[in-house]
Design a protein around this ligand. Sequence first.
Ligand SMILES: *[C@@H]1O[C@H](CO)[C@@H](O)[C@H](O)[C@H]1NC(C)=O
Ligand SMILES: *[C@@H]1O[C@H](CO)[C@@H](O)[C@H](O)[C@H]1NC(C)=O
Length: 327
Amino acid sequence: MILRLLLFLFALTNCGVHTCPSQCSCSVAEVECADIATMTSFPVDGLPPNTTVLAIWSTQISSIEASHLNALPFLNRLQLYANKLEKLPSDLLRNASRLNSLDLTGNQIVRLPPGIFSQKSLRNLVLKNNRIEQADAEWFDDNNNLIWLDLSGNRLSEIPVNLLQKLKHLEHLDVSDNNLEDLHPDALKNLYHLDILNLAGNKLSTLTPTAFSHNPKLSRLFLQENHLRELPPSLLSGLQHLQMLLLNQNQLQHLPTGLLDGRHSSFQLILTANPWVCDGKMEYLWRWLNEHSQNVFYLEEVTCAGPEALKNRQVASLTESELGLVR
Ligand SMILES: *[C@@H]1O[C@H](CO)[C@@H](O)[C@H](O)[C@H]1NC(C)=O
Ligand SMILES: *[C@@H]1O[C@H](CO)[C@@H](O)[C@H](O)[C@H]1NC(C)=O
């Protein structure tokens, strides 16, 4: 009888009672430790062993070890944003065999060690708004399953070709707001499943004609806020599923004849804040804008930067004679 009572009490303290690290909040399988200025180390004590989602944000935590995660065999999603992490150990995810998503947004990471993301279960990785200067193919295994990679808001001056060639399952790639000056012609060659590509907010000035020719599933392409001066006429050929193209805030003066041919009726385009030159070479874009005005956002803000006589006029509103098309 006493033995039974003891067993009952033992069971009660071990699984019946839900534990939770102090200052955090816990629901069935989710733990959140948020906005805790006094939290300086990983909250090891009290983490429920069945935790599948762990979110620790806006704390002073500056390091995390593999052993911290060993107590969480069911962990599926780990969100560590806006903390003070500077580096991570290469074996961090070694035993996190069910981890699907890792979000490290807004830390102070400069460099990451080889092998860090070799966990095969990892499908979504967010490294946004850190201080990463170099992305490294060695972070991943050859047979990784990554589908979502966000490296936006870092200090990358290039994306290594061998990194992207390894990420064969990638569907979403965000490298916006870095310092990219060009895109290697083979950079996107193995990304057959790429659906969303964000290259906005870099320093790209040219793109090769075949830059996207191996990405037939591309549906959204973000190229705004770069230094693009011209585009190759065949840049978008083969992109049957393209639904959205952002080209605003570049240095484009014309669009080449044929660039926008064959687009879907639901295609959406933004062209504002480019120095459009409204001369004879504007004919293709002028006709396209008039025939597809429903596909263009902010049509009235697509205006001429030159020649002087047409400055600030809306491109779509020009007449054939103003464009010098009547002989
Ligand atoms: C923890 O998960 C295991 C296996 O999924 C389950 O059998 C057990 O009841 C869970 N315990 C709690 C306290 O939720
Ligand atoms: C992973 O788990 C095994 C078995 O529990 C343990 O021996 C090993 O030290 C763990 N690895 C890391 C990196 O913590």
